[in-house]
Design a protein around this ligand. Structure first.
Ligand SMILES: NC(=O)c1ccc[n+]([C@@H]2O[C@H](COP(=O)([O-])OP(=O)(O)OC[C@H]3O[C@@H](n4cnc5c(N)ncnc54)[C@H](OP(=O)(O)O)[C@@H]3O)[C@@H](O)[C@H]2O)c1
Length: 247
């Protein structure tokens, strides 16, 4: 049975990936969340969808490096990991983060430092086994700093650059790192943006792209795919045009 681990298992994107995975075949699934009852709720739904799967729940503190190390140690001690999807994140209010460095620190920790520490901790165990895939969710927001969300964007930029470095380090091993960059997607995280009328991708489609990208061991997955082109344009806009935009 494949062993898939989901960090931030209550994320809507992650939950939809899990549904696709259990639909394909019974799995050993380890769901890691920060809240026991929310994570159990996701597990219960998946057990109904896939009674033959072995679905476990763990909780941890996502912004405590020692707890991250212990959590990953406990998971890999149980069974070798085939895939880990690192999915947690929160969309902070840019203005609050600019005004208060404590809020800024919290946003940077949970969106940037925490996911890369999970990735690093799993990488070491996977290198020892010389197999496995680490899927890590960054964002198109990490491709170029913009005034409306550069705290979140900078944290995601850390995730993207870190994953790139890990890909380089692990290139000649059996371990793959898949960097996932979703565009705006209809999940609880973007409820406020949706209420303002922003167009969103459907979470089922994004989850399908993530699952396919991980299975194929792609280096970078933009989802929906059009965001690869949009972000190429945004990254190459000259400063005199870029600075006139309210993005
Ligand atoms: N939706 C988008 O438009 C979009 C676009 C680009 C990238 N992303 C990224 O995609 C990933 C999945 O997000 P989603 O859209 O599925 O959002 P979501 O459904 O709102 O899920 C967010 C997840 O992050 C967890 N989380 C939030 N704050 C946390 C904290 N302080 N400590 C630990 N866990 C925390 C939540 O746990 P609880 O259930 O316990 O709150 C939940 O599992 C995130 O990395 C996000 O940044 C999303």
């Amino acid at each position: 049975m494949q062993h898939i681990v989901i960090i931030g298992a209550t994320s809507s994107m992650a939950e939809h990936c899990a549904r696709l995975w259990v639909q394909a075949s019974p799995l050993h699934l380890t769901l890691v969340g920060r809240d026991e009852s929310r994570t159990q709720h996701v597990a219960q739904d998946l057990r109904v969808r896939s009674p033959l799967s072995n679905i476990e729940v763990m909780t941890t503190d996502f912004v405590n490096a020692a707890r991250i190390r212990q959590t990953v140690h406990d998971i890999v001690a149980q069974a070798a990991v085939d895939v880990v999807l690192i999915a947690h994140g929160v969309l902070p209010d840019q203005n609050i983060c600019q005004d208060d460095v404590v809020a800024c620190d919290a946003a940077l920790q949970v969106n940037g430092v925490s996911p890369v520490l999970f990735a690093e901790a799993f990488a070491n165990a996977m290198v020892r086994a010389n197999r496995g895939t680490i899927g890590i969710i960054s964002s198109v927001a990490g491709d170029r700093g913009r005034k409306t969300n550069y705290v979140y964007g900078a944290a995601k930029g850390l995730v993207s650059r870190y994953a790139q470095g890990m890909q380089h380090r692990l290139a000649h091993t059996g371990v793959k790192v898949v960097l996932i960059k979703p565009g705006p997607t209809d999940t609880p995280m973007t409820g406020a943006l949706k209420a303002k009328g922003q167009k969103m991708a459907c979470v089922e489609d994004v989850a399908r792209d993530i699952v396919h990208g991980i299975a194929a061991g792609k280096s970078v997955v933009y989802t929906p795919g059009i965001w690869r082109i949009i972000m190429w344009v945004v990254m190459h806009l000259p400063k005199f045009i870029f600075n006139k935009l309210s993005i």
